[in-house]
Structures are given as C-alpha cells and as structure tokens.
Design a protein around this ligand. Structure first.
Ligand code: NAI
Ligand code: MG
Length: 486
C-alpha cells in the first residue's frame, strides 16, 4: 500500500458508529494505478440502517440533533470549519492522492470545504419565513422547515467541496443526512465524517455509506424513507435516481455537468481572458462540471488567439498531483479511455489538434494521464462541441457577430456556466440575459469558486440551486400558517 498521511476510517458511518461492511472495495491512486486504501462496500441493508439512523436522529429518538436550536447548529458548523482548517494538510494530501488533482488545487478544495461550513454557520440562524398581509381578521405566516432525511449522492471530482456544499447547507437547515460518496474517490469525505463525529456532531445527524453506485447509490435513491435527494454526477445516472425518487414523490436537486462556453470579443482584455480560459479547462484536468470547455472567439481575432493559446498549451505539464503540475491524472482508466477515444474520433472527422501539453519525463508509469488538447476547425454540431468530455480538452469555434455568438453558446443541451469577455457594457447585459445557463460571468470565470453564489443548471445540466443562501433555502420546505383571530 502506498503511504497516506493518515488512514481514514474504512467502514460506513451509521448512527455515530463506524461499521465494517461484509465486502470492501480497493481504492487506486490515479497518478500511478497503485492501491492506497480499502473502503466499505455498503449494501442495501447498510443503507437501510443509515436511513433509519438519520430518521431517528431527526425524530429525536437518537442523539440530540432534533433538539438543537439554529444557534447551536450554527456554533457546531463553525467549530467544524475550524477542525477542517486544523486538519487541512492531511485532508489535502488525501484528496490529492485519491483524485489525482494537483496538491495546490486540493488545498484550495479543503479551504473551500471549511468555508462552506463557515458560510452556513453564519446563515443557519438567519433563515426565516415571512408574514403575509391578508384579511384583517387573519394573521398569516410562512415557516421554513427542514425536509427531514436528506439523501446525498456525490461524485469523485470534488469530494470535499461537494461534501461541504450539500452537508453544511442541509445540517444548517436542521435536516439529517445520509451521504453516498463516489467509489472512485471518497477518502477525504471519510476523514471529514470522522472529524465531524470528533467535533461533537450528535449521533445519526450525518451518516456516510461508501460503496458502488448501482448498489449503495441505487438503494439510497429508491429508499421509501428519504425526504429529499441531491445528486451530482452524470445525466444518465441523474435520470435513474430521479426515476427512483419519483416513486415516493421525493424532491430532487440535480447537478449534471455542462459544456460551458467562454465568449471572447475583440475588444476584451485579452491577457486576463486567456489566463482564465486556460485555467477554466485545465483545473482538475477538465473534470469539473463548470469547466469552460468551449472557447467562442470573434472571427477577426481567431487566428491570433489560437496562436497565443497554442503557446500556452504547449507549456502545460501533466504529472502526479503531489508534484503540483498544471494537470494531474484523470480519475481512472475508463475516464482516460473515454476522453482519448473522443479526441481520436474528432481528428478522424477532420478536427485539428492545434496544440498539446506534455507529460513530465518522470511522471509515474501507470497513471491515467491525458495531456491538455486544443482543438480547432470544429464543425458546428460536432459532438466534441456539444457533449461533455470531462477532460483537459478545449474546443475553439469562431463567431462572426453577437447574434452568432449567442446561437453557438446555446447550441448544447447543457447550461451550467458561461463566461463573457467584452468591455462593451450594453453587450455584457444583452449576453447575460441571452445565454441559457445557471451562471454567467462577465470579465471573469468561476469567481474563485463562489460559495456565496447560487449555482445550478438549465436543461441537461440539472435543476435546483445549491451554494449561497439559495442553497440553504433549497434544503427547507415552506409551510403557510393562516390564523383567524376574529
Ligand atoms: P456517475 O453519475 O455514475 O456517478 C456519480 C455518483 O453516482 C457516484 O457516487 C456513483 O457511485 C453514483 N451512482 C452511479 N450509479 C448509480 C445508480 N444507479 N444509482 C444511484 N447512484 C449511482 O458518474 P461516473 O460514472 O463516475 O462518471 C461518468 C461521467 O459523468 C463522467 O465522464 C462525466 O462526464 C460525468 N460526471 C459529471 C460530474 C459533475 O460534476 N457534474 C461528476 C462526475 C461525473
Ligand atoms: Mg457511472
């Protein structure tokens, strides 16, 4: 076994206790393919026990979560954020080894995870309903109540950040959680859950059931006793979990990725735009739901921009995340093969590889590396310009004018994020309105993660909003109380 700075618990967290499961799964390090840990393979029975523990904690029959005031929840969330900061070196090293991402990005992810808990600590006791003017002999109010048991199925690309995004908001609102992390990367999540217990989170408030999607994930999505489901991952699995949850009329928040465009006009600050364009596609080796994977560029500057980008792409280096390269390995062999197959198919269709990054000379053998690729001459409607690759591949397409820029930006079923680079104020506003997506960034991209900023998709990118105060509201349901006082 490869050396990890700390071994996270290897079981499932159910009702405040770590339970060994009858089967386990091997965890491989993406940078080398070596085994680094074993995790629990939770069964449907384990999931059932976890949901029962979360239900009991919500009902006040287990632990003390149900009796905690919003202020007490806020105080625990803040204490937990400090525990995350104190353990940041271990957590970042686990995230880097487990996902393959560069260590500086892993550190950023852990800092963001802590920040989610601080943000929702500050918000927990500021979430309130309204009073509504009605007939004079009535008093009418709305109450924001927690759903109850929140099921959360999360992916492998940002385990710690997505844990923060959904668990902090759900707990802040007074829910209890059953979280199914991804079999491909969940060591940071297991360590975070261990820290949560050590920080005094009552039994059953958070339960974690690692394991296979088709076993543990499916059992959670179809469980009759969950009250809310939040899923981040692929559109196909999103459809399956939505169908499963529909049987019991469970509301679902879906975050399903994207094919997000950056629109670059000739009048923009080109240096800042190109810095952000490169960052937006190589971050986490392109395995980011909000990756800026398409560059739409005004035709008059297309060739100059492609030349400038080609020089930048050729300087990009892939290596093990611990070396803090530009790009780490992809998560597994399947993901690497998927991306390489799509690139090869594109070149067979006449698409040009304008530039490629390179692999470090001493990169570990057996790593699932794909060097960054810059693709040009991409015909409209080609799958590389409208389907998510989830790799470090940037597709460049020219546009003649604003109308064509909007048409190309919207020429995909996805709609998660977009970047607009122009100094023209009127155009900034027109495009912000015309682009079909959950977020539009003008003269920046991604706003440094933007924990405060509501986030979510349109169309195939999903529905519902997470992050920010909206994310907290989406973990509550509204009750209307009408009192006739005469
Ligand atoms: P996936 O959607 O299958 O996995 C995401 C989560 O769902 C994991 O925890 C997995 O265990 C769980 N899951 C899988 N099958 C399930 C089922 N039948 N019922 C309930 N839960 C289930 O994604 P996968 O297979 O890891 O990656 C495939 C593609 O999905 C990627 O190439 C990428 O394009 C996209 N993806 C998008 C992500 C995003 O951030 N939006 C994250 C991960 C993948
Ligand atoms: Mg899958």
């Amino acid at each position: 076994m490869n050396t990890l700075p700390v071994q996270p618990p290897s079981g499932a967290l159910i009702g405040g206790q770590w339970h060994a499961t009858s089967e386990t799964l091997e965890v491989l390090r993406p940078a080398s393919g070596d085994p680094i840990a074993r995790i629990a393979a939770s069964t449907a029975d384990d999931v059932d026990a976890a949901v029962a523990a979360a239900r009991a904690a919500f009902a006040g029959e287990l632990g003390s979560w149900a009796s905690w005031s919003a202020r007490a929840r806020s105080e625990w969330l803040y204490r937990f954020s400090q525990a995350i900061d104190a353990d940041a070196d271990h957590l970042a090293a686990l995230e880097c080894a487990d996902t393959g991402k560069p260590i500086s990005q892993a550190r950023g992810d852990i800092a963001a995870c802590a920040r989610y808990f601080r943000f929702y600590a500050g918000a927990a006791d500021k979430l309130h309903g309204e009073t509504i003017p009605f007939d004079p002999d009535y008093a009418v109010m709305t109450l924001r109540e927690p759903y109850g048991v929140c099921a959360q199925i999360i992916p492998w690309n940002y385990p710690a950040q997505i844990f923060g995004r959904c668990v902090a908001a759900a707990l802040a609102a007074g829910n209890t959680c059953v979280l199914k992390p991804a079999e491909d990367a969940c060591l940071s999540v297991l360590r975070l859950a261990e820290l949560a217990v050590d920080t005094g989170l009552p039994d059953g408030a958070l339960n974690v059931v690692p394991g296979l999607g088709r076993v543990a994930g499916a059992a959670l999505a179809e469980h009759p006793d969950i009250d809310h489901l939040s899923f981040t991952g692929s559109p196909d699995t999103g459809t399956l979990v939505t169908q499963a949850a529909a049987v019991h009329h469970v509301p679902v928040t879906l975050e399903l990725g994207g094919k997000s465009p950056q629109l670059l006009f000739a009048d923009a600050d080109r240096q800042s735009a190109l810095d952000a364009v490169v960052r937006g596609i190589i971050q986490n080796a392109g395995q980011t739901c909000s990756a800026g994977s398409r560059l739409l560029v005004e035709a008059s500057i297309h060739d100059e921009v492609v030349d400038a980008l080609a020089r930048r792409f050729e300087a990009l280096v892939c290596d093990a995340g611990e070396q803090d390269p530009d790009c780490g390995a992809l998560i597994n062999a399947r993901q690497r093969d998927k991306v390489m197959t799509l690139i090869e198919a594109a070149t067979e269709d006449g698409i040009q590889i304008a530039a490629r990054g390179r692999l470090a000379d001493d990169a570990p053998a057996g790593g699932h590396f794909v060097v960054p690729h810059l693709l040009t001459q991409v015909p409209e409607g080609h799958s590389v310009s409208c389907e998510e690759l989830f790799g470090p591949v940037l597709v460049v397409q020219p546009f003649a004018d604003e109308a064509e820029a909007v048409r190309l930006a919207n020429a995909t079923d996805f709609g998660l994020c977009a970047g607009v680079w122009t100094r023209d104020g009127g155009r900034q506003l027109r495009l912000a309105k015309a682009i079909r997506s959950g977020q539009v960034f003008v003269n920046n991209y991604g706003a440094a993660g933007g924990i405060e900023l509501p986030f979510g998709g349109v169309g195939k990118s999903g529905h519902g909003r997470e992050k920010g105060f909206e994310g907290l509201k989406s973990y509550t349901r509204l009750k209307t109380v009408a009192i006739r006082h005469g």
